[in-house]
Design a protein around this ligand. Structure first.
Ligand code: ATP
Length: 235
């Protein structure tokens, strides 16, 4: 049984149907990436899975349980955390307070989880008292991922973690995603940076105009001519 099973998912805004009946799954321990051009419906797919918007139809099953009618906080409690595009940092709260907010669904000892975040992102440990809004873009992305990890998720949804970052920081973020997986979490990754996403992904789906047009292993899709033309900048 997959950890996440999405069947015939439809989602949108007002009159717009942005996701038109897609099916995908993520097995425990995998990194799966969703690639596609601007406006293809990638962020909408993640929002509908994590409950930020309510699906218009279809089924979302997490660890054997239907979650497509649950509120976002209930979905976080089950072990699914979403790091949204734009990061959603609390600007006036300190780095430390932002991290604690990520653990609000849990009452137990946070020490080990904080240590894990500091180990993955030493940069954050140096800035615990700094207001979140004054962090650089890359540091905010680290904080957003660190905050999501505080909920101890089994599945992490990452929306464009490399957006706006320098090449060195993009490398750091991709290395961290792999470290998070090695430590036992499962990752569903949305990325504009298709080449790097396909390199670290076990499997991938291509989304175009709200529909999945191609699926395969990361390596297969990285070799696919249509993917290379559309997403890897090859003529
Ligand atoms: P990008 O890579 O540009 O973020 P995406 O693949 O994540 O694109 P979505 O953000 O899911 O695409 O957008 C899919 C469609 O839904 C687009 O046509 C977009 O304009 C529309 N859309 C997204 N968010 C909203 C919203 N809050 N209200 C209305 N329409 C929206």
């Amino acid at each position: 049984m997959p950890l996440l099973d999405v069947r015939d998912l439809r989602a949108g805004y007002g009159a717009i149907l942005a996701v038109k009946g897609i099916s995908l799954h993520v097995d425990e321990g995998e990194i799966v990436t969703l690639i596609g051009s601007n406006g293809a419906g990638k962020s909408t797919t993640l929002r509908a899975i994590s409950g930020v918007i309510r699906p218009r139809g279809g089924q979302v099953t997490f660890d054997g349980q239907r979650i497509d009618r649950l509120q976002p906080h209930a979905i976080v409690r089950l072990g699914l955390s979403h790091v949204p595009e734009g990061r959603g940092i609390f600007h006036s709260l300190s780095v430390y307070e932002n991290l604690l907010m990520g653990a609000y669904t849990r009452g137990d000892d946070l020490h080990d989880d904080l240590e894990r975040v500091y180990r993955l992102f030493p940069r954050l440990k140096e800035r615990l008292r700094q207001p979140g809004g004054t962090l650089s873009g890359g540091e905010q992305q680290m904080l957003a991922i660190g905050r999501a990890l505080m909920a101890r998720p089994r599945l992490l949804l990452l929306d464009e973690p490399s957006m706006g970052l320098s090449p060195v920081l993009v490398e750091t973020i991709f290395e961290t995603i792999q470290a998070i997986r090695r430590e036992g979490a499962t990752v569903l990754l949305v990325e504009q940076n298709a080449l790097m996403a396909l390199e670290i992904a076990d499997r991938a789906y291509v989304l175009e105009s709200g529909e999945i047009t191609l699926a395969g292993t990361g390596a297969e899709l990285a070799r696919d001519d249509s993917v290379r033309r559309a997403y890897l900048g090859e003529g």
